[in-house]
Write a protein that binds this ligand. Structure first.
Ligand code: HEC
Length: 105
């Protein structure tokens, strides 16, 4: 086999690995996250702060969240605001939903 032929499977593996990374919340379901988000009225404060439906808080230029860990931490912090005790699974759902805005790799 020529060396270039051997490279191809390696490249395919690399692609598969980065595709997996493209979803930082693989165990979360964005639709379930959206339901939780509405159920807990998550945007009530954000809307009061920024107007509109409040989701501008996730796309503002100086937003705080820059990686999946920070997103989970912020979800945890904010869920305290609404007195919600989220399970790790619910945090993943919310993360998957909010990543529609963040598009974190
Ligand atoms: C009591 C008011 C309040 C409620 C309710 C609330 N938040 Fe927040 N949220 C805030 C405030 C204030 C900030 C901005 C924090 C800052 O800028 O330091 C924020 C910021 C955030 C951010 C980060 C935005 C950024 O800058 O990247 C996320 C994500 C978030 N909230 C998610 C949620 C979720 C999920 C819920 C529902 C479980 C929720 N919030 C409910 C007040 C609230």
């Amino acid at each position: 086999m020529r060396p270039t032929m051997r490279l191809i499977p390696a490249l395919l593996l690399l692609c598969a690995a980065s595709a997996a990374q493209a979803a930082p919340f693989p165990n979360g379901n964005a639709q379930t996250g959206e339901k939780l988000f509405n159920q807990y009225k998550c945007n009530s404060c954000h809307a009061a702060m920024l107007g509109g439906d409040g989701s501008a808080i996730f796309t503002r230029a100086d937003r705080k969240v820059h990686n999946p860990t920070q997103l989970i931490e912020q979800i945890r912090f904010c869920s305290g605001n609404v007195g919600a005790h989220l399970t790790p699974q619910e945090e993943q759902h919310l993360g998957a939903y909010l990543n529609r805005y963040y598009k974190l790799p």
